[in-house]
Write a protein that binds this ligand. Structure first.
Ligand code: AR6
Length: 231
């Protein structure tokens, strides 16, 4: 618990120094921190066991394509630990490609407490969901449904019964939800990635041709859903 708090503090410091940089920069637009932000976890790379190197390529390429097309929004890849391998891989690749750091950031913290513990304001957060859109299970799905309260389950059921791999659904959070009140999050966007875990339904049997296509579709659907609620 203590070490998680340390990460939050570090992340908050990074965010503050980012704010300072934006304020000081004459060439930047200085508005980066006010862009509507989507915080998203790395889809499919934990319980669904998708290869991290391939996933990091897909995250960076999908984000770059999206940011070229849509102005005045920011994407934030989030993970729980500063030892996160997916965060390091993505950071490296983002730097190599020269993606604007006002528009794509990586952030260490719990996606359900980004503002209250990390000072990062996000309009929407993404959930690595299951096909039944059921609360619980593990990972980020369990955390988001728990923090958002029953309101999210009800609002989700009004929008969709199930989700196909590679697709997403944006759910407006009722203003009674703690995620809305405490964190300022207005939408949860459920997204279903490819499953490479033999213990879960619809296992792709190591077929990365299919898997990569589904993961690309998942990110482009997620980012489009975000644009549709943020722009
Ligand atoms: N905050 C930020 N990142 C998190 C959090 C959190 N609270 N919890 C986990 N992560 P996973 P998947 C990161 O397993 O691989 C569920 O049970 C985690 O470190 O949640 O797409 C669903 O119901 C990893 O980087 O999602 C599905 O059945 C990332 O979130 C299945 O697991 C995704 O990990 C989906 O598996």
């Amino acid at each position: 618990q203590q070490s998680i708090m340390k990460f939050f503090k570090k992340s908050a410091r990074e965010e503050n120094s980012q704010k300072e940089k934006e304020g000081a920069s004459s060439s930047g637009n200085g508005a980066g921190n006010e862009f509507p932000t989507l915080a998203f976890p790395s889809i499919s790379t934990a319980d669904f066991q998708f290869d991290l190197d391939k996933a990091s390529d897909i995250i960076v390429e999908s984000a770059q394509d999206f940011l070229k097309r849509v102005d005045n929004v920011r994407l934030a890849l989030v993970d729980l630990s500063d030892k996160s391998r997916i965060i390091s891989l993505v950071r490296e690749k983002v730097m190599k490609k020269g993606i604007d750091s006002n528009r794509f950031i990586t952030f260490v913290g719990d996606i359900t407490m980004l503002y209250s513990k990390g000072g990062l304001r996000c309009t929407a957060i993404a959930n690595a969901a299951n096909w039944r859109l059921k609360p619980g299970g593990g990972g980020v799905n369990a955390a988001i449904f728990k923090e958002a309260g029953e309101a999210l389950d009800i609002a989700t059921k009004e929008r969709a019964e199930t989700l196909n791999p590679g697709s997403s659904v944006a759910v407006p959070l009722p203003s009674t939800s703690p995620l809305y009140q405490r964190e300022g999050v207005t939408h949860v966007i459920h997204v279903l990635g490819p499953n490479m875990n033999p213990q879960r339904p619809n296992y792709l049997q190591n077929d990365y041709t299919k898997g990569c296509k589904i993961l690309r579709d998942a990110y482009s659907s997620l980012f489009e859903s975000f644009a549709s609620v943020a722009c």
